[in-house]
Design a protein around this ligand. Structure first.
Ligand code: C2E
Ligand code: MG
Ligand code: MG
Ligand code: MG
Length: 292
């Protein structure tokens, strides 16, 4: 009987593994087609200076509008593609779009508004990344200071020496770096010490319950203090309420990003967003409290 069970378990495990591989292969093929068919787009989520409500950046977030499945969240396909050359290709597409978007922002006079680009590990250790970025700076005639490159601790863990080398080179030409989802990896404090970074983004999982959960609150407030004492900029993502905003402001968190101000805005709605919500670079009226 035990043997039968073992057999059944083996079979289930085997099928599951097979399905995951099949799913990944299907995803990779679909991504290539989706790129060709223009099914990807970017949404931009505003980042505001906490103290002044001045718009200081947009984070570019990938969206896949699948003809049958509808909008697919990046959390549902990026992890699957994470280790494939398809992610590199898709990543290059994202970077180019970010240059186009930044170029439009510059033309609208928003010269100190940055565009943050999320990079995955395969992209980051790709040897063409630096040259690709340099070529785009040339093509679009933009300074690298228009961009911030977001890396997660997972991205950095792959090849730390190579990562540092790459970051130093890109920083020397003016790109800045943010560590995304800070606090969720295995050795956040080691990274903050070793990595040539400019910005730390506190993961939204700490922000969500910060006013109800004592530990989350203390983690956030200590992180803000530590990051600022190190001379870096601190961002809180996932800010959904005025109470969270107030508390973060009281504790000198530099930058806020979250649904409280705005959900990510589809590219084609960006001009209207800037017209209706932003005046002279500042948030116009009371933040839109989005339904979540
Ligand atoms: P992330 O880089 O940490 O981006 C922040 C995520 O939090 C976004 O999810 C954003 O929509 C969401 N968010 C922001 N404020 C709030 C809030 O107040 N409440 C809640 N509930 N969520 C909020 P999204 O767009 O689904 O992206 C998920 C993840 O996918 C990103 O997390 C990033 O890791 C990855 N990703 C997105 N675009 C790209 C890309 O172009 N390249 C790479 N490599 N990864 C990307
Ligand atoms: Mg990010
Ligand atoms: Mg994040
Ligand atoms: Mg994330």
């Amino acid at each position: 009987e035990a043997k039968d069970n073992g057999g059944a378990q083996y079979h289930i495990y085997h099928t599951d593994m097979y399905q995951r591989v099949a799913h990944r292969v299907m995803m990779e093929t679909e991504v290539r087609q989706a790129l060709a068919k223009g099914q990807f787009s970017l949404s931009l989520q505003p980042q505001l200076q906490t103290a002044t409500k001045k718009l200081c950046g947009f984070e570019a977030l990938l969206r896949w509008n699948h003809p049958e499945k509808g909008m697919i969240s990046p959390d549902d396909f990026i992890p699957i593609l994470e280790n494939s050359e398809h992610m590199v290709e898709l990543g290059y597409w994202v970077i180019r779009r970010c240059f186009e978007i930044s170029s439009n922002l510059q033309r609208s006079g928003l010269t100190d508004v940055t565009v943050s680009i999320n990079l995955s590990a395969v992209q980051f250790i790709d040897f063409n990344l630096t040259n690709y970025l340099k070529a785009l700076l040339e093509e679009f005639q933009l300074p690298a200071s228009c961009f911030e490159l977001e890396l997660t601790e997972q991205t950095l863990v792959k090849d730390i020496e190579r990562a540092i080398e790459c970051m130093q080179e890109l920083r020397s030409i003016g790109f800045s770096f943010a560590i995304d989802d800070f606090g969720t990896g295995y050795s956040s404090l080691a990274y903050i010490k070793k990595m040539p970074v400019d910005v730390i983004k506190i993961d939204k999982s700490f922000v969500f319950g910060m006013l109800e959960n004592h530990a989350d609150y203390q983690i956030i407030m200590s992180t803000i203090a530590m990051v600022k004492n190190l001379g870096l900029v601190v961002v809180a993502e996932g800010v959904e309420s005025s109470a969270q905003l107030r508390s973060l402001a009281e504790n000198d968190c530099d930058i806020i990003q979250g649904y409280y101000f705005s959900k990510p805005i589809p590219e084609h709605d960006l001009a209207e967003f800037l017209d209706t919500r932003i005046a002279n670079g500042y948030w116009k009226i009371q933040p839109a409290v989005c339904k979540i």
